[in-house]
Structures are given as structure tokens and as C-alpha cells.
Design a protein around this ligand. Sequence first.
Ligand code: BES
Ligand code: ZN
Length: 388
Amino acid sequence: MIDELKPKLSVEPLAEHSGTQTVLVRLSESELQALSHTAHDHQRCGGYELLTDIPAEAKKGNPRHLAQARKISNEIFAMFDQQAKRDTEYASKARATVETLGKNPLIEAAIAEVSETNLRETVDFLSRYPSRNHKSRDGQDAVTAFRQKIESTLKDAKLPYKLEFVQHQSTPMNSIKLTLSGQGALSNEVVVLGGHIDSINSSFFGGGSKKAPGADDNASGSANILEAARILLSQTQAPSRSYEFYWYAGEEGGLLGSAEIAKAAKAGGKKIVGVLQLDMTLFPGDGEFSLGSMTDFTSLEMRDLLERINRDYIGATIIEDKCGYGCSDHASWYRNGFPTLMPFEATMRKMNKAIHTERDVVSTSLSFRHSAMFTKIAVAFMMTLGNP
Ligand code: BES
Ligand code: ZN
């Protein structure tokens, strides 16, 4: 956005990064409003981000704190460079071997177990709550009830698992984490599948109702993850690598839960080999056999893996697209240096326009057959990376 936005901003950038077309600027309230309008003109909800971990004093223009803000943003830019380098190295070394792997009958059998009925049941379950707002009582109630639902869904699990809440500093809502330990020398390496469980009504004119059923955004991804977990834990053989499943809190408040989880994973030196994000899978905006794949805040190697999974097990048309900003929890992992992937219900232009309103409910314009594709992708992703 640098080239488009710079002339419209009457302020000098404090730092910039050409690879991602990103600038750091300090704005007044009115300048921020002008930017918000420009971003919406470009069909981007949030073509910009507010850096919340920058010291409050920097916002007042204190030079010492501005320097600190610059330092924080340069660290972010350095991470983008590191991720770009990973892509370049992958492209030059490993890409050729991608074509040679064939179908795995175990994966084919697991995929055949995906149930659209289960998906519908889970989406109904979550979207019955008036709201899953991360700051609301209803939100935490939904999370608590969902944890019980996970427990009952896993009653026939053949592999041992651990189910827990993750508490946060930045939101009162808990995330839910489900772990399946790998077996053997690679069990310290982890494959992650996640999506946010919270919802939001972002209308300024809620009329007091402020209902946020969030069926597509993101009861759908939450249901995909649960259905994938059910199938993966009903396998008789444990994977070599460990699996972690997350239902993140507070995504709609600014990727809050996932930011804390990914930061802790980096600080703990966790070996995470891949992160799959599922956020909105129910609306077939480009048709039932088409899906979007976000190219920003995701890794080339993971997108290649999606192509391969699609070729071997799914047979959909994949259309690459961009959010243009850190639009979901995969961005939290990407910012902390991990390889990520985000398949999406459609292209941005054709996505569900009812999200963040009381109209994001199950209707005939949604397709559980479409959504089931994403559970299949998740199962294949976990099993492929889980057993290298
Ligand atoms: N699912 C949405 C956003 C989305 C839109 C993802 C298009 C992929 C493609 C997500 O829950 C959301 O609303 N994100 C926020 C940003 C977040 C940092 C608060 C948004 O897009 O405004
Ligand atoms: Zn979402």
C-alpha cells in the first residue's frame, strides 16, 4: 500500500519495508479516520494495523519512545525478510521433489470419514449463542460448553490426548488447546491446526441487539477442526510428530489469543513444522469446487503442500489471493517465524459479506459440502506433515 497511501498521508513514515509494502507512521485521530476511509475504498477492512505493543509515550511523539517504536517495527520487518528467505531457499532446493510424492491409502480412508452432518451440528451448536464476543459472558460460556462438546466428540478416540484451556493476558476469553503426542524421535516436532472460536458484531448501529452468531466466521472453521480432530484421534497408529489443535480466543479483538500462543511457542523454542489456519469455510462464493489460498502471511512450502494435497485428494480449483493485512491467526504464527497456510472459502471479492453482522447465520447460501473440503484438507495436512 505504500505507493497508494503515501501521497494521501501528510506524515513522514518512521520506518518502511518495501518487500511487503508496509510503512510505520504516527497518526492523529483524524488522520487515522482518513486512513480508515482510504482503506475501505480499497476494499480492505483493515489495510492497516494499529501497533498496540508500542509504548503509549511514543503516541505523544516523545523521541526516545519513537525510537523504540521504530525498533519494534524494524524487528517485525526483519521477520518478514526471514520468512521471505525461507521461501527463496525452499524454491531453489526442495520444490522439485514436491511432484514425486503419491497418494497414501491411510489418508484416503481418513478423508472418507468426514461427516457434513457433524459439521452442521457443530456450527448450529456455536451459532446458537447470541454472541461469542471475547469480552462477553456469552463468549466464555460458549467456549466452556464447546470444551465439553470436544470431550464428548472424542469419547471414541483411540489415541490418548490432552484437552486444556489457555488463559490470556489480553482477553478474558480462554483459548482451547488439544494435544496428541507423537511417537518416536520426532515427537518434539509439532503440526498445528487452528481457527478462532470468537465472533463479533462490528455494526455501529446495533440497535441494542448486537447479535453475533458467527456461523461462517468462524463456527465453520471451528467445526472443521473438531471434525478433523475426531478423525485423527480415531486412528490406531500415533503419528511421528505431535499434533496441536487450537480454538483461539479474541481473534476479532486483534488476533489476541493466537498472538500470545505463537509468541510463547517462539520463546519456548518449539519446533513447529506447519500451521494450518481455518477461518471461514462455508460460503462457496466462487463455486463449490473453488477455494481461495492466501499468499500473504503464508509460506511457499505450505502453499505447495496444499497444491499437492489438492491434486491427490481433493480436486478443487485453487485461486491465490491476498488479504492485504494480517487478517487472521495465521499472521500471529507467521510473525513469530513459523510456516503457515490459509485456505479460504473463496476469493476476497466473492467472500461472505454477512460476516460481523447478525445475518451471519446458517442459510441456503452456505454449503456444508463446500466446508467439508476444508476438513479433508486439514486431515491430509496433519497426516502428511505428521508422518514425514
Ligand atoms: N474471518 C475474518 C477476516 C477475513 C476476511 C479472513 C477475509 C480472510 C479473508 C476475521 O475473523 C476478521 O474479521 N479479521 C479482522 C482483522 C483482525 C486483526 C481483527 C478483519 O479482517 O477486520
Ligand atoms: Zn474470522
